[in-house]
Write a new protein. Structure first.
Lengths: 113, 149
């Protein structure tokens, strides 16, 4: 695997968990502390910290090293890479199925003759 | 691990769509990808689990050739087709599900993952299949100016 693919794998693995996706969605609206993130999920702060660590290692978020409350911030560049991978494959299949539809129409036309 | 799900409704019964995806005479007409052709003599289909599925893609621009080498994992006409590309270091697996909509139309769901399916539990696979579309639209909302719902 290339470095990019490895990064991508970590990104997708991190986002495989619904709680972590919800945390990412929350952070898309703005930075938040671990305590603020724990509230809506009925999770302990410890459980949230574990999720944050996975997201941080996947490069999806950064945590401030200076402020005492260490707010979390989203890093959209890694999400963009994941979206690009999906989009590339989607595009290939979309075009393939466009051609399949044309082929099916040609088959119907032949059957009518 | 990376994943992709693509859904599409076609104006044809599942049997015909399954045959289109598994018979060289059909495949050569649409397999592509765009900017390439898949000549009939370069397509190998040994339609059984463990059988070969190979296509040679020839570039329209410079005639360069790329061979996709896959092995069928599951063959269940007309509902499900799974193959894996073991050559790739990451082992891309493609699953195509044909859902008969009962009105002459068929929903075709294409699911790709770059990790062998065997590494994923059935629960994980089911979870991914349902969550990925939501995730994708979510990412789309992130790249737009409007905040996600």
């Amino acid at each position: 695997m290339t470095v990019v693919e490895e990064d991508l794998s970590r990104t997708f693995a991190a986002l495989a968990d619904p709680t972590r996706r919800a945390i990412v969605a929350r952070l898309a609206a703005g930075e938040a502390t671990a305590g603020q993130l724990a509230e809506p999920f009925a999770l302990t702060q410890q459980a949230v910290s574990k999720h944050l660590k996975v997201l941080e290692q996947a490069g999806l978020i950064t945590r401030s090293q200076v402020a005492q409350r260490r707010p979390c911030r989203l890093r959209p560049d890694h999400l963009d890479a994941a979206a690009a991978w999906i989009e590339r494959h989607r595009q290939e299949w979309a075009e393939r199925y466009d051609r399949l539809d044309e082929h099916l129409a040609a088959l119907r036309e032949e059957a009518r003759k | 691990m990376s994943e992709m799900t693509y859904r599409r409704v076609h104006q044809a019964p599942p049997e015909l769509l399954f045959d289109c995806m598994t018979q060289p005479e059909h495949l050569t007409r649409f397999w592509g990808p765009t900017g390439t052709s898949a000549p009939l003599d370069g397509i190998t289909v040994d339609l059984r689990p463990g059988g070969a599925f190979e296509t040679v893609m020839v570039s329209d621009a410079d005639g360069s050739r790329y061979t996709m080498r896959a092995v069928y994992v599951e063959v269940r006409r007309p509902s499900r087709l799974v193959w894996t590309e073991p050559d790739k270091t990451t082992g891309m697996t493609t699953t195509i599900t044909f859902n008969d909509l009962g009105d002459g139309r068929t929903e075709v769901v294409t699911h790709q993952t770059d990790m062998p399916a065997a590494y994923l539990s059935p629960q994980a696979q089911a979870g991914f299949a349902t969550s990925l579309d939501r995730f994708t639209s979510y990412i789309a909302s992130l790249s737009g100016d409007h905040p996600p719902a």
